[in-house]
Design a protein around this ligand. Structure first.
Ligand code: HEM
Length: 204
């Protein structure tokens, strides 16, 4: 019984990392990238997202609850899973360890980021706009905090995609897993560029 529950939890944890959390991550980075076209473009994109119908339902079911489950179960895995040192290559063992470390770093970052840009903004009736993000990111401490947080998240997602494909039996042969390693590196570089360029735009 406990074994079945563990299996279902693991599957759910794996699935939620890509659908919907991973998809949301890509969408979120893309909307924020409008900042590179200037404050008006960013504000229009942010306000459009805020004006979506049944916004709270979307936020709760597409972002908050999946992220809560993935995070709680992720912390459990990160602190209990044994590193499978002998079965995989040296490189894969490092990636396995980084997946856990970036999970924890991402959790700290997201907790702060959601508080600062969603909850506190809502409480104090502030407007989430270009100026607010500029105010945060022109502070060098927060610029580096966001930079580390964003790159940790993009790494966690890209490397997670690799293990997702293995978990779901999509990449079985060594060759397909190797191709997926290259694909995940390309995805990591591309989405990190989108995220970091947005941060630099706000800060400078
Ligand atoms: C934007 C946020 C996040 C995204 C997009 C994301 C995505 C993913 C993906 C795609 C996987 C691979 C699933 C698989 O191996 O089948 C994964 C695994 C994992 N995630 Fe996350 N995740 C996020 C946040 C977090 C947080 C906050 C934690 C908290 C510690 C976490 C902990 C983990 C752990 C430990 C694994 C490894 C699971 C395993 O190897 O069995 N993740 N994540």
């Amino acid at each position: 019984m406990a074994g079945t529950r563990g299996y279902v939890n693991r599957r759910l944890h794996s699935l939620l990392g890509v659908i919907p959390i991973g998809i949301f991550l890509i969408q979120h980075l893309t909307v924020n990238y409008f900042a590179t076209r200037g404050p008006e473009a960013f504000n229009a994109a942010a306000h459009f997202m805020e004006s979506l119908p049944y916004r709270y339902v979307l936020e709760i079911f597409i972002i908050f609850l999946p992220l809560l489950f993935h995070s709680i179960y992720g912390v459990y895995i990160a602190f209990t899973a044994k590193n499978n040192l002998s079965n995989f290559s040296y490189f894969r063992n490092w990636m396995f360890m980084f997946q856990r470390i970036t999970g924890i770093v991402t959790l700290i970052f997201i907790a702060w980021h959601v508080w600062e840009t969603r909850i506190a903004v809502g409480f104090f009736g502030e407007e989430l706009n270009y100026q607010l993000m500029e105010g945060i990111l022109t502070n060098p401490f927060f610029f580096w905090f966001y930079l580390i947080g964003v790159v940790s998240t993009t790494f966690h997602f890209s490397n997670g995609l690799w293990s997702f494909f293995v978990s779901w039996g999509i990449t079985v042969s060594p060759r397909s897993q190797k191709i997926m390693t290259y694909a995940s590196i390309i995805i990591f570089v591309a989405i990190s560029y989108v995220g970091v360029r947005t941060l630099i735009t706000f800060a400078y």
